[in-house]
Design a protein around this ligand. Structure first.
Ligand code: NAD
Length: 500
């Protein structure tokens, strides 16, 4: 596959106009140029917002069902090209091919889910105190949406944000991650082929500060949907809070954990931990970087987990047998190294640290081996509190339920959790006492489905989940009360008398 010249899509037209370009390269083989894309800045952002604003009145005037039909057409088109798209994702971000396929399936599911949901109620009919009145909760689109997305689910996450926004009558500008511009371009091309009217979905490529920030701060943007790191999310929350008309939803990182009790199905727990820690090379917002394991099985668990981690197949993500592809970038490698050093400084007993793979074909990519250690819990240790976003795993022992909950909750993040136990009382207590947004029982911390809410608490999110939960972010819920009497009658016994 050769490299391409990428473009922005603004007001229904493709254009490469920008003050420069940036390159997309394959993290498994940095010698491979995937494409050259416009390095957009405020000029392109302004044009995209203007196009989205212009398209909004006609788009919101269409029926919800008609709008959703574009998503159905999109899904039908994508289904035919799944394999080609999966290969693009693998090449752009280093995800293993099976995970890249799942990314596309998840995106198709989003389109299908919102297509189906368009025929279900979007509001409510409620009783009034006054029998002659009917009360409704009715949803209205918020207007012009900016969607800013990360590289690690380059197909599914943009669709999580785009699908509910469009079905509910908003228009959108997507600023995808600079690591995965080609996947985003393909995604938008399918919407164009599906016949989406001009300006309803716009694409602006480029870097965060240059291309996304003007889309966040633009006075004509009503909603900012952001998925990415907590650092960027914090800036977006701050600037949106100062603008009375702007609403933002930020889905951010995690310091996720598995809590594994003595009575757990041992093999299931070890396998779930390996998937939680190393799938997507630990670069999922729900990856588990903390394994909190009860004393009775601690030593056995540690040796079994380390053994499996040591034997994982690392390599070309296009190879069906590969379990771990590369990290996404050279800065991700630097961050991984930084946290390895920090772990040692903060008291880690290192069990697995085979370093970066630099021989032969590995030398052209960002391949690293898992880093695994045991450590006594220390609530001030940065390495136990900050997201590494790589195959970096701390294993900590606990005595009892109370200690497990306290270790788990000692994080500023609160995203994904898994509990492994056979005791329903333990499982229920973990559900009730731990802070998280996405929880699993006897499963890995990965495996989201689009019809469930997906989002974290504390530093992980704004408490407004993505996926199915996003409808509340992209619509205003208004109350609408209709009188069927010829007289005015008011609630709460309020007099409706007006002096003559
Ligand atoms: P990132 O924050 O570096 O980038 C995400 C997006 O924000 C990109 O499109 C980037 O260009 C843009 N951006 C960067 N700086 C910006 C700025 N100053 N203003 C506006 N936009 C800016 O994150 P990433 O490295 O792409 O992704 C990894 C992070 O995303 C991890 O923290 C991970 O946990 C998180 N993540 C969260 C979820 C979730 O659903 N909560 C899902 C996937 C990834």
């Amino acid at each position: 596959m050769g490299s391409i010249t990428g473009m922005n899509f603004i007001g229904g037209k493709w254009s490469g106009d920008a003050d420069g370009v940036f390159e997309g390269r394959n993290p498994s083989n940095t010698g491979e140029l995937i494409g050259v894309f416009p390095r957009s800045r405020s000029q392109q952002a302004n044009l995209a917002v203007a196009a989205a604003r212009e398209a909004f009145p006609a788009w919101r005037a269409q029926s919800r069902i008609r709008r959703a039909e574009y998503l159905d057409a999109f899904a039908q088109l994508v289904k035919n090209d799944k394999e080609e798209l999966a290969r693009i994702i693998s090449r752009e971000c280093g995800k293993c091919i099976s995970e890249a396929r799942a990314d596309i399936v998840e995106g198709i599911h989003s389109a299908q889910y919102w297509f189906g949901r368009s025929r279900t109620p979007s509001g409510e009919v409620l009783a009034s105190e006054i029998p002659e009145k009917d009360c409704y909760v009715y949803r209205k689109p918020k207007g012009v949406v900016t969607a800013i997305t990360p590289w690690n689910f380059p197909f599914a996450i943009p669709l999580w944000l785009i699908c509910p926004s469009l079905v509910e009558g908003n228009t959108v500008t997507l600023k995808p991650a600079e690591e995965t511009p080609l996947t985003a371009q393909r995604l938008v091309e399918y919407f164009e082929k599906a016949g989406l009217p001009a300006g309803v979905l716009n694409l602006v490529q480029g870097y965060g500060e240059e291309a996304a920030w003007p889309l966040v701060t633009h006075p004509n943007v009503d909603v900012v949907l952001f998925t990415g790191s907590a650092q960027v999310g914090a800036m977006i929350k701050e600037v949106c809070a100062k603008d009375y008309r702007k609403f933002c939803v930020c889905e951010m990182g995690g310091k996720n954990a598995m809590l594994i009790f003595d009575d757990a199905d041992f093999d299931l727990a070890v396998n779930a931990a390996v998937m939680s820690a190393f799938r997507t090379t630990g670069q999922r917002c729900v990856s588990a970087e903390r394994l909190i394991v009860q004393q009775g099985i601690f030593d056995r668990f540690v040796s079994s987990f380390v053994e499996k981690a040591r034997n994982l197949k690392i390599g070309d993500p296009l190879d069906e047998d590969t379990f771990m592809g590369p990290l996404v970038s050279s800065s991700a490698c630097d961050k991984f190294e930084h946290y390895k050093k920090l772990a040692v400084e903060e008291g880690a007993h290192v069990l697995l640290d085979d370093g970066r793979l630099t021989e032969g074909s590995y030398s052209r990519g960002y391949f690293v081996r898992p880093f695994v250690y045991t450590i006594k819990h220390n609530p001030t240790a940065k390495v136990l509190r900050e997201e590494v976003f790589g195959p970096h795993v701390a294993i900590m022992p606990f005595r009892d339920l109370e200690e497990a909950v306290s270790i788990y909750n000692a994080s500023e993040y609160a995203f994904a959790l898994s509990v492994c136990s056979r005791d329903y009382r333990t499982i229920r207590a973990i559900r009730n006492l731990c802070d998280f947004g996405v929880g699993y029982v006897n499963l890995p911390t990965i495996g989201a489905e689009v019809h469930l809410p997906f989002g974290g608490l504390k530093k992980s999110g704004t408490g407004m989940p993505s996926a199915s939960g996003l409808i509340d972010a992209v619509t205003h819920r208004i109350s609408w009360t209709v009188n069927h009497d010829t007289q005015i009658k008011l609630a709460q016994g309020l007099s409706a008398e007006v002096p003559k």
